[in-house]
Design a binder for this molecule. Sequence first.
Ligand SMILES: Cc1cc2nc3c(=O)[nH]c(=O)nc-3n(C[C@H](O)[C@H](O)[C@H](O)COP(=O)(O)OP(=O)(O)OC[C@H]3O[C@@H](n4cnc5c(N)ncnc54)[C@H](O)[C@@H]3O)c2cc1C
Length: 448
Amino acid sequence: MGVQKKKVAVIGGGPAGMEAALTTARYGCEVTLITDSHPGDWKMAGTAAWLQAIASLSPYAGIESLSPRRINEAVQDVISRSRVSAAEQLRAAGVAVQHGRACFQSAQILTVAQEQREPMDIHADLIFIANGARPHFPEAMKPDGRQIYSYTTLTDMERLPASVIVVGDGPIGYEAVNLFSRFGAQVDWLVEANGPRCFFDPDIDAWLTGIYRRRKVNIRSGERVKAIHKQDGRVTAIREDGTEQEAEAAFITLGFRPNVDQLNIEAAGLTMNGYGSVDCNPFGQTAIPSIYIAGDAQRTIAGVYSITMARTAALHAVGRSPEPVDVRTIPFAFNDAPEVATVGMTDADATGIHSRVVHYNTERNGKAFLQGETEGFLKLLWNDEGRIVGGTAVGLQAKDIISTVAMMIRFKLGIGDCQLLIGAHPSASEFLVHTLHAIHDQHAGVQS
Ligand SMILES: Cc1cc2nc3c(=O)[nH]c(=O)nc-3n(C[C@H](O)[C@H](O)[C@H](O)COP(=O)(O)OP(=O)(O)OC[C@H]3O[C@@H](n4cnc5c(N)ncnc54)[C@H](O)[C@@H]3O)c2cc1C
């Protein structure tokens, strides 16, 4: 008699659910992915996809000729192709897809509610909670897709507003301000007293706000916005202290809440924690050992964290011995034109930590000059032993540069080793190589 395959059920078809499903299938499990939307859909189909569409279309069409409809078409095209690709990946891996909304009936049984069909039960030896998080909007500022937008309703925009209030910061706030100001809209950005912050590296905040100010964005820090009123085709944002700001439209981004509260987790023997999720160990395993959690459902940071956590959880669940997720080695990124990315330490003032910041326009880089994107910087941090411990990049291919820095941190490489690396010519990687050479030459004798 053959060995029984482990039955796995994954709730959610976002990046975390896809990763958990594909990894467990690769290790011989019989996997069902339950999703109430299309597998493979990313939340970033909002601002991030719009910025990428603009970056790819504007060199040909010119930004002034781009309408929301044209951008939407490009975004929808990307989404349809990514749906086909996700479905193909799941089919090739032998993962069954069940459309519907899952919730727990017990620790081993999920009930899936389906449109116009009877609910069905799915029994599983292992269950992955990967049902993401939803944006949070106070009652007094709900997006309507006509005057008040969020990343979920950008697709409803038919005309670019001449003036926009962006409420909230974080990566999505930065992307929204970038998007509207690139189109030439007058942007008033309402953030809290110590904002705007992307919550990754303060040097990113300083650089991006410098760019946005040059585009005449008004950055207005102050008390929280408590309501948005609509009247006569205008919107008015009202702060806690009663001050007001008026524009043609508003864009709201005020954080996320995990969707775990929709899963009836008590039936599985789990309890909700203060964050609105369930506690887990560093491998994503909950108090019920056969139930794992990953992605925004566990902690809303970024897609890259979701995927890393899901892979670790999947490997642990199938009996491998993965290393626990180390956020210091995860490259976080957002935005487009300019790209921004960061990994590891950012605090150059910490004891025993050294740093160097190099600006694109003062260093040799053929690719940057060819592409006309010479604005940006690279910051590298290393410790007393000469090991790379952090990096931040803004500008041309910042995401790729920082992914390489993440590998250096992960493999505990020193400047002495790293400066031996060679970047293709012309490429943005040469920028990293030149920076490493400069640090090495200046500090010869420091590195291991
Ligand atoms: C505008 C925007 C831009 C972003 N840009 C970046 C970026 O540049 N880089 C980056 O790393 N991250 C980015 N992120 C973050 C990233 O998109 C999320 O971290 C990531 O999507 C989380 O993945 P997830 O699989 O955990 O959750 P989700 O992507 O939310 O997927 C969860 C899925 O589960 C489904 N679901 C929910 N409940 C149920 C249920 N009961 N039954 C069945 N299915 C269910 C949902 O419909 C959804 O499809 C961005 C996010 C936004 C909003």
